[in-house]
Ligand binder design. Structure first.
Ligand code: THU
Length: 161
């Protein structure tokens, strides 16, 4: 038996203003996308923006449902939107921002496990890492340089071969 340790590095920015100008622009698109979220149940509006290698940006936001599990998170709406609209175009980064009608979101929103799995699929498909930027409404921003860092032991297509 051997005991193993897995570590990963990430960047913690004190605020949006500390991001690179490219990432500020991407996060601005995620922030703008929040307003079109359909979140009548949670009142928690999330926006996501995907930056593609061809320079295009594709957005998404959470789309809820009266049957709660049928709702879809912003990250998946955005990344599936990118896959549908620009198939085969490499994804460079995804920015996510959240706001709430109930409280001020002052810490970076953390993507759920299903979204991590969905994003990891695209990273593996393109064989290149996707940068993930997470923020609330105000406050710090977390930058991870690979989605796979956020989902150790991800299930992938190799199990199906
Ligand atoms: N949500 C997202 O869209 N992304 C996240 O990273 C966290 C959660 C949505 C799902 C649901 O519509 C609402 O936020 C509350 O869970």
């Amino acid at each position: 038996m051997e005991k193993r340790r897995q570590e990963f590095e990430y960047f913690l920015f004190d605020s949006f203003e500390e991001l690179s100008s490219e990432h500020q622009l991407l996060m601005s698109s995620a922030i703008a996308a929040r307003k079109d979220a359909y979140a009548p149940y949670s009142k928690f509006q999330v926006g996501a923006a995907v930056l593609l290698e061809n320079g295009k940006t594709v957005i998404g936001n959470n789309q809820e449902n009266a049957s709660y599990p049928a709702g879809v998170c912003a990250e998946r709406v955005a990344i599936l939107h990118a896959g549908a609209k620009y198939p085969g175009v490499e994804i460079k980064a995804i920015a996510i921002s959240a706001t709430s009608e109930n409280h001020q979101v002052d810490k970076p929103v953390s993507s759920c496990g299903i979204c991590r799995q969905s994003m990891a699929e695209y990273e593996q498909k393109q064989k290149a890492p996707i940068v993930i930027l997470m923020m609330g409404e105000i406050g710090p921003v977390i930058q991870c340089d690979s989605v796979l860092d956020l989902i150790p032991f991800a299930f992938d297509g190799s199990f199906l071969n």
